[in-house]
Write a protein that binds this ligand. Structure first.
Ligand SMILES: Cc1cc2nc3c(=O)[nH]c(=O)nc-3n(C[C@H](O)[C@H](O)[C@H](O)COP(=O)(O)OP(=O)(O)OC[C@H]3O[C@@H](n4cnc5c(N)ncnc54)[C@H](O)[C@@H]3O)c2cc1C
Ligand code: SF4
Length: 511
């Protein structure tokens, strides 16, 4: 659909990238329907610079096409370049230049892109667009930079408290945290045991004609891409995302905190919100999501605080870190990890039950919840010594919600400790015993999480001790790892030698 055949009197060309689907964003400030035109582009380069899960491609394209229709319904003219348009040149730079040539706008405008790579491309254009700050986020890049000046070693907890004070969320009239504490983590670590409550089903968003067309296109053009489309049920409009939000708040939020860290076979979603996609594409706004959650008077404080922390704490914090540290952040590799991703991450073909399960969730849904990402998928790569950027690339390929500003600090920083302690002050290193405590996987697995050596030894446990041993010089003095090193010190020389040998054998067998 191109509503812009006549070039006369075009004032502003407003670019809308695939993760900027908010009709009230700053890019539209001052928009004049009579003289301004929106440009949306489906470019091949963005779907092929890394292999991408079919569901992720379909989710982005279907959301963009529905957003186009939303704009048109608001009387905004849209030049929409579809992937299969014969004139499509396949790259942002060339499509923007083509539109500028044909429409001759006096100015091109775009919201600051969320991806450093894309922002650089646009900055280098001969007619570079005006970039407007993105008010979707509650902490601007400038505010975060000031926070870092005040806190040269920024940590999530300090940032989160500052955000609570700034927004007034979960604060009482005297400026104290509601409930007398800043966090309720101790209540939020329950495993999903035998007597756990039933998990309410999530509402499904049935594909309409537009989405069905996209699904067909993806099956045809991306047949070799990883992952499965399956029964596509993702929210592709703001309206559908709001339905998902309401359902989460009514049905799953009350137990969100309690089972936040739990894992269960065959249950990818548990009590999680599954809202990261619509948030990252800007179909939902963080403040409206939190306010809606806080409106549930039946939800306990541990759930409300836990959910608030994820969105105004972690989500804003990792974005701040990303923009503070790019572009060199992508190259950081503090632990000198140099192995490639094991091939089974693409197929799930492994005897390690926890990994097979988390990868299955990922292949089928383009989703795994936070603890599966951090303490199974990420943990194994960390203990093995995979290059952090490669873990990020795999993540960008496989998850529906993956965008650079959030995936990179979470994978390279939080899960792989590649930044040497910026996102987290210690590595998230654990043995199979942690997975055993938080899931039902080990009881169905051929390995034994308590054993580090021998035929039945759990590879996580072997690699865990090997990791502590290998990085002793770096971490032994870290106060937060004191107990881990006290336990390592209990191992005698012969056992450590056997662990090192077994760790090497595991490495040889998986890469
Ligand atoms: C290795 C790794 C990679 C990750 N990559 C991404 C990614 O590419 N995109 C992404 O959105 N999230 C990413 N995360 C963060 C988090 O795992 C997902 O946001 C979350 O699992 C999405 O599921 P949900 O919507 O059900 O989240 P919930 O558990 O319901 O949490 C609510 C919301 O809080 C936000 N949130 C929670 N934790 C984080 C976090 N650590 N960083 C940023 N936001 C957070 C998300 O917007 C999420 O929707 C990653 C985490 C790890 C450990
Ligand atoms: S025993 Fe080890 S490999 Fe098997 S499920 Fe448990 S943690 Fe995973």
């Amino acid at each position: 659909m191109d509503q812009t055949r006549t070039p006369e009197n075009i004032r502003h060309l407003v670019l809308v990238l695939g993760d900027q689907l908010d009709a009230d964003s700053a890019a539209f400030d001052g928009f004049d329907p009579a003289s301004d035109v929106v440009l949306q582009m489906e470019v091949m380069e963005e779907t092929s610079y890394i292999p991408q899960h079919k569901r992720r491609i379909a989710y982005f394209l279907a959301s963009m096409r529905h957003f186009r229709d939303e704009l048109v319904a608001r009387d905004r003219r849209v030049r929409y370049v579809a992937l299969d348009d014969p004139m499509n040149t396949g790259r942002f730079e060339t499509e923007i230049a083509r539109a500028q040539r044909e429409l001759r706008p006096s100015r091109t405008i775009v919201l600051e892109p969320g991806d450093w790579r894309v922002a650089e491309k646009l900055r280098r254009l001969p007619e570079a667009p005006e970039m407007r700050a993105d008010r979707h986020f509650l902490c601007s890049r400038e505010e975060f930079a000031t926070f870092c000046e005040q806190h040269p070693r920024p940590v999530l907890e300090t940032f989160y408290r500052a955000m609570r004070r700034k927004t007034g969320l979960l604060m009482d009239r005297e400026g104290r945290p509601v409930g007398g504490a800043w966090n309720f983590d101790a209540e939020n670590r329950k495993a999903f045991g035998k007597n756990a409550p039933p998990i309410p089903p999530r509402p499904s968003c049935a594909p309409d004609e537009i989405t069905t067309g996209v699904l067909r296109l993806v099956e045809e053009r991306f047949a070799d891409s990883p992952g499965k489309i399956g029964d596509f049920d993702l929210p592709v409009t703001r309206k559908e995302a709001l339905v998902q939000l309401d359902d989460f708040i009514a049905e799953r939020l009350p137990l969100f905190g309690t089972y936040q860290d739990a894992m269960r076979s065959g249950q990818p979603f548990l009590f999680h919100s599954v809202l990261s996609g619509p948030l990252n594409l800007h179909q939902l706004r963080p403040l409206e999501v939190i306010r809606a959650a806080l409106g549930n008077k039946h939800a306990p404080l541990n759930a409300l605080e836990g959910f608030t922390r994820q969105i105004i704490g972690w989500r804003e914090f990792v974005r701040g870190i990303y923009w503070q540290r790019m572009p060199h952040y992508a190259e950081e590799n503090a632990l000198d990890a140099d192995l490639p991703m094991p091939k089974f991450y693409w197929t799930g073909h492994t005897d390690m039950r926890c990994l097979a399960e988390a990868i299955r969730h990922t292949i089928e849904h383009a989703y795994a919840h936070h603890i599966e990402r951090l303490m199974v998928l990420g943990l194994f790569a960390l203990l093995l010594g995979v290059r952090p950027y490669d873990v990020h690339r795999w993540h960008m390929s496989m998850f529906w919600d993956a965008v650079d500003w959030v995936s990179l600090p979470n994978t390279l920083g939080m899960s792989q400790h590649g930044d040497g302690g910026v996102v987290g002050t210690k590595p998230y290193a654990a043995s199979g015993n942690y997975i055993n405590r938080m899931s039902d996987h080990c009881r169905r697995c051929r390995f034994d999480p308590r054993q580090a050596v021998g035929e039945d030894a759990c590879p996580f446990t072997t690699l865990y001790w090997n990791f502590l041993d290998k990085h002793r010089a770096r971490f032994a003095a870290n106060g937060r790892m004191k107990h881990q090193y006290i336990n390592l010190a209990r191992k005698d020389v012969a056992e450590l030698r056997a662990i090192r040998r077994q760790a090497q054998a595991i490495t040889n067998s998986v890469v």
